[in-house]
Write a protein that binds this ligand. Structure first.
Ligand SMILES: [Zn+2]
Length: 471
């Protein structure tokens, strides 16, 4: 098999993936901030991460996947002066911050299941690891990377010379063009909060005692604390969206490496944005706020059609989304499933005669794996899958190949319905046609076949009878 190459944002090149521990791979994926539904742009990133995990598994790595749930401390502004998204969400919905977090965590997990995203091995909540976060801030304090302002404890980025190694950004240019609100007490514009104090005289719903006073952690510290807690030093790959590069992941690296004195994750991988037709970015609210529920399910579109759509664009390229593009993807997805259904039926009929267990086509599988091992090139992998659908191969070998590919594509092709329950009037037509065939009344049999087809069904005859399913 070809070896696995992944694009590393840290080095700006595709690198051969070599794990820290042979045969094992630790991945940490920044999870949702649970104050609202995930939009399909967020979910595009989780689809890319799902493929990464499946490809690592196909390359025979034992994967440990950690995903966090941000249920505190993610502020609405780009800087450190905004409101806490959870507390704000709670005020909006008339619920407690804890209820809001629980509700949207469940909604996120439901969306993951609808997109066939494999759940992480470890889910962790920011609010469950407050002691670990405080301990990490204490370490930074002892090493003199922190300072205190009137509203919290901050990380002094000037004390960490490698601060821009992930983003490659020019901090002077950043300072001049800064859109972020100015914090008068910050020593450097890129400094960030590790711990924020609860506002004077106001009681927050989520707050904890700390060596510095009652408050809550800054957003970035949770991912450092949780990745180290759950992966130990198996820090192979850290992923997120490209919007995480400049602030969140840059800050994670700074505080983690300052605390431990060791490199924090070897590989950093980032999924590109989803653009709504017309070049608009996905909004946080309003008509451009598209979710699995409102963009897909309520329009009768199978969420897996979105998974299919996501595979048409490489994860490092922006993806265009429109009503037409998702309909086109839905067609492609349905055609693929229908073709697979035909192949499964033919293979099962053939298997009854031949016996034995067929193996996937080595040639097609080699090309499929070469595609996914080339920095998760799903457009190329999907082209090989389409080729397989039309290939001149015995049905059993085709079926085996498709199911092997689907361990990565994850459409659930092993569960393609070949004997779906039919409505009663269709069952009657099927029974009539069976009777006609038994009587060798071919004219009547043909007429009934036409009737079934005109009602949108596919009819497949074989020596033991026929299969009828919704086209
Ligand atoms: Zn994170």
């Amino acid at each position: 098999m070809t070896s696995l190459f992944l694009y590393n944002t840290l080095t700006r090149k595709k690198e051969n993936f070599i794990p820290i521990y042979p045969g094992r791979a630790g991945i940490y994926t920044c999870g949702p901030t649970v104050y609202n539904y995930a939009h399909i742009g967020n979910l595009r990133t989780y689809i890319f991460e799902d493929i990464l995990k499946r490809v690592l598994t196909a390359n025979e790595y034992a994967v440990t996947h950690v995903m966090n749930i941000t249920d505190v401390g993610h502020l609405t502004g780009d800087g450190d002066l905004g409101e806490d998204k959870l507390e704000k969400g709670a005020a909006r919905e008339g619920k407690t911050a804890w209820e809001v977090a629980a509700y949207y965590t469940e909604a996120f997990q439901k969306d993951m299941a609808r997109l066939n995203l494999l759940p992480p091995d470890i889910w962790c909540r920011a609010t469950d690891t407050i002691p670990e976060q405080i301990a990490l801030i204490r370490t930074l304090e002892k090493k003199e990377f922190t300072y205190q302002t009137s509203d919290g404890i901050y990380f002094d980025t000037a004390r960490f010379p490698d601060y821009t190694k992930l983003s490659h950004q020019n901090l002077d240019a950043l300072q001049e063009g800064a859109r972020v609100e100015k914090h008068p007490e910050k020593r450097n514009p890129s400094d960030f909060a590790l711990w924020k104090f609860s506002p004077e005289g106001a009681k927050r719903q989520m707050e904890w005692p700390s060596p510095w006073g009652v408050g809550f952690p800054g957003w970035h510290i949770e991912c450092s604390a949780m990745s180290m807690k759950y992966l130990g030093d198996m820090l192979d790959i850290h992923c997120g969206g490209t919007d995480h590069i400049h602030v969140h992941h840059t800050n994670e690296i700074a505080q983690s490496e300052a605390a431990t004195g060791k490199p924090f994750f070897r590989f950093w991988m980032h999924g590109e944005f989803l653009n709504i037709a017309g070049g608009k970015k996905m909004a946080k609210s309003g008509e451009n706020f598209l979710t699995v529920e409102n963009a897909l399910v309520r329009r009768g579109i199978d969420p897996l059609a979105y998974r299919y759509a996501a595979f048409q664009t490489h994860y490092r390229h922006p993806m265009e989304y429109s009503g037409e593009s998702i309909r086109a993807a839905e067609n492609g997805y349905r055609n693929m499933k229908n073709a697979v259904r035909e192949i499964v039926l033919a293979a099962d009929a053939a298997e009854n005669r031949a016996g034995g267990s067929p193996v996937p086509s080595p040639e097609l599988m080699a090309r499929f794996m070469a595609a996914v091992n080339d920095d998760l090139n799903m457009p190329r992998a999907m082209a090989v899958l389409q080729e397989c659908l039309k290939a001149n191969l015995p049905p059993a070998e085709k079926k085996a190949t498709l199911l092997a590919m689907d361990r990565i594509t994850g459409f659930g092709l092993d569960k393609v319905e070949t004997k779906a329950a039919l409505p009663p009037e269709i069952e009657t037509l099927v029974a009539d046609r069976k009777a006609a065939r038994k009587e060798k009344n071919w004219a009547e049999s043909d007429r009934l076949r036409e009737e079934l087809v005109s009602k949108g069904y596919t009819v497949r005859d074989h020596k033991d009878g026929m299969d009828v399913f919704a086209a």
